[in-house]
Design a protein around this ligand. Sequence first.
Ligand SMILES: Nc1nc2c(ncn2[C@@H]2O[C@H](COP(=O)(O)OP(=O)(O)OP(=O)(O)O)[C@@H](O)[C@H]2O)c(=O)[nH]1
Length: 616
Amino acid sequence: MGVIWRNICQLSDHFRDKLSTSFGLLFMGWSILVIFIIGYSLYEKYDGIRESMTHDFYLTFSLYPDELYHTRGLLTQNLFWMAQTISFMLEHNNHKQLDSELKRLWDASRRNYQLAGDIYFLRRDGQVVGYQQQSSGYTMTHQLPVAVLAYLKKHPQLSTAESLASSALPNYTFLSTPVLNAGGQLLGWLFNTFTIEQVNQSYEFPSHSSVLNQSIVLTPFGIRRGENSDQTLLALKLGWPDLSTTSAYVERLKALTSLKNQSIQLMSGQLLVAWFQFDQHSDPAVVYISLASILKQMNDWIIGMGLMLIFLVGMGGLLIRQYVDGRKRNMQLIVSQKLQKAAFDSNIVMIVVDANGVVQQINQFCLDKIDRREYQVLGRSLDRFVELRPRVKPLLDSARAQNGWLGQVKVTFGDKTTYLKLSITVIRSMHQDHLFVFSGVDILEQHIQTTRLAHQANTDVLTKLYNRNYFNEQLKRDLNRSERYQHPLTLILVDLDYFKQVNDKYGHVIGDKILVEVANLLQLRLRSSDILARWGGEEFVILLPETRLAEAHKLAQQIQQSFVQHAFTENIRCSCSMGVVDWEQGSSADELFQRADDMLYEAKAAGRNTICCWPR
Ligand SMILES: Nc1nc2c(ncn2[C@@H]2O[C@H](COP(=O)(O)OP(=O)(O)OP(=O)(O)O)[C@@H](O)[C@H]2O)c(=O)[nH]1
């Protein structure tokens, strides 16, 4: 059991250490959380920029991905960061940085996603911030391409998206730009699929005919062919249509292009991927991406993080509580150990001995008393250094039997003797012998005081003899003993004769002196086992244990004689009368006294200086 207990203790220590480690981990966790919060605050700081981006920017892509499905997710992310960067750059109006950042992003996108085609960065007011042409590699401009500028110059009604929107597409912002190369392939596919009439009839583009002759135009209302169509592709900007508008547009395209069975998907309600397969060699696509959708996803992500945060805070709180509880327990343990040490090292005698009385621990207070060092005492018998009354062995036996001991002991440390109020606590242990903790408070002063008080309570102030109280107690005790062992016991009542006259003649001071002399005179005649007391006034009483009447009578005669021979102070002569009684088996103390009194009365009546005995 002891081993198991020790193991449990070690385990709990181990867990305490682990809790410290947990706290470290928790601290790391919190640090990460703080970093996240700071990051999020910064993010929030640029929320305005993001908002402006949401409302002001649209990205239109014309590209030819090999694996559209695969790249869609990555592209979404990439577009978001591209747009954010642009927004940030514009905010700071630093076109040089914007150029280099866009070039870097474009290169990365093309490398990662094998993009082809053209990218345009547009603002709602129709301004082209920048564009890239796949055919000529990355090109950055803050102006529209030359061909676009020429076209817009020729047709002022198309110079801004705003004018276009107000005239033809009131609900949409619109921008068209001629694009080389790939457009030709798309055009070829369209003409292989539809007749020119079909394309032209379905197209209601409010534009110059020469433009129409040279272009393929995609609008929410249809597709129309231009003459130089092998050179042209118009990228389409739809404004910011809602899902139903977009869906309607897609359906219209599908109807027009007979692609009813082809994959044209609406993603997340606002992410449209329209896939046009137009020849054997490549898969062109128009990808329209809503940044609002991306930001919505972003919001979901923030909610997720919020939930995670709540979870982490909960877990953190739990761990902190565990840690704090552990610390509290530790502190309590330390405090209690300190208290124990303080108690052990206090100014009382503290000794721990084993069952054989061998010292296991001893405090400095005690070491100072016996004038020894700790190493001289530990492992040795307590008897060698301290003399106890009662002795150590019986004390231990008694403590073991009664599960503790409390009492007063006389103790001698070296050459000094004192009294201790001693408490012995027994410590029982599963895997060890009993230990006995001696804690003793020095009560020498108290002992002296008590003894003095007891003495005063039993002593006559004038004569220093025992008083009536003490005598009565002794009489009771001796009567019992005589009763039990059938031992003889006699009592003598002594009364001074005519003492009133002495007082009257010489005064009370002299009378007192005579009383003291009488006390001494009586004491001289007695054995140590006899008890002499002042019964009151000028009356004395003598108890004679183990004494028969004849012997008591003899003693009374000697006393009488000593009075006759003694000259008291002022040469005063005094005599006394005495009643001597033998104790009769079975009679009480009162009966004994009554008889003694009777005898004394008879002695007085007989003329004083007389001894009367009972039985006669
Ligand atoms: N000086 C002094 N006198 C005491 C003390 N106690 C009692 N007496 C006196 O002892 C006297 C006792 O007087 P009584 O009882 O008449 O007895 P007595 O004069 O001795 O006469 P008998 O006993 O009949 O022989 C009184 O005068 C008390 O005042 C005391 O402590 N000191």
